[in-house]
Design a protein around this ligand. Sequence first.
Ligand code: ADP
Ligand code: MG
Length: 146
Amino acid sequence: MTQERIIETNSPEETFALGETMGKAAKEGEFYTLVGDLGTGKTVFTQGIAQGLGIEEPVTSPTFTIVQVYDRGRMPFYHFDVYRIGDVEEMEEIGYEDYFYGAGLTLVEWGNLIEELLPQKRKEIRIEKDLEKGFDYRKITICEVI
Ligand code: ADP
Ligand code: MG
């Protein structure tokens, strides 16, 4: 069964706060994917998660490094951006399984691009704009297989 929750935000602060709430609630070993077009707020949301985990270092997109590890929070945070991954072999070179099945929280931006590698038990987070509802409006859908 799939459970879907929709949250609407109207400012970057609200999206950050949602991330922070989820970061505070996160349990070790959890796995999130994060999908959304450029400029929808993936980084804002991820910065909120990091804050919720008690991470004080600045969080940026690991677009060129694929993975960034933050280990000064309540638990390790493995932040992936797989947008530039060519094929799954690259993920194997990185040793992705140590992270995906590690003791921290994993968040994979553009996780849909490596569908075959994703753990079954995960939360999928999708951020979308709807310009008819305003420039700062975002619809955030959290989907979980339970
Ligand atoms: P992405 O990482 O998805 O490319 P960013 O998080 O870097 O996107 O940027 C999102 C941009 O949208 C920021 O400039 C932010 O201020 C703006 N923004 C406006 N409204 C919202 C909102 N409701 N939620 C998140 N960001 C928003
Ligand atoms: Mg980003």
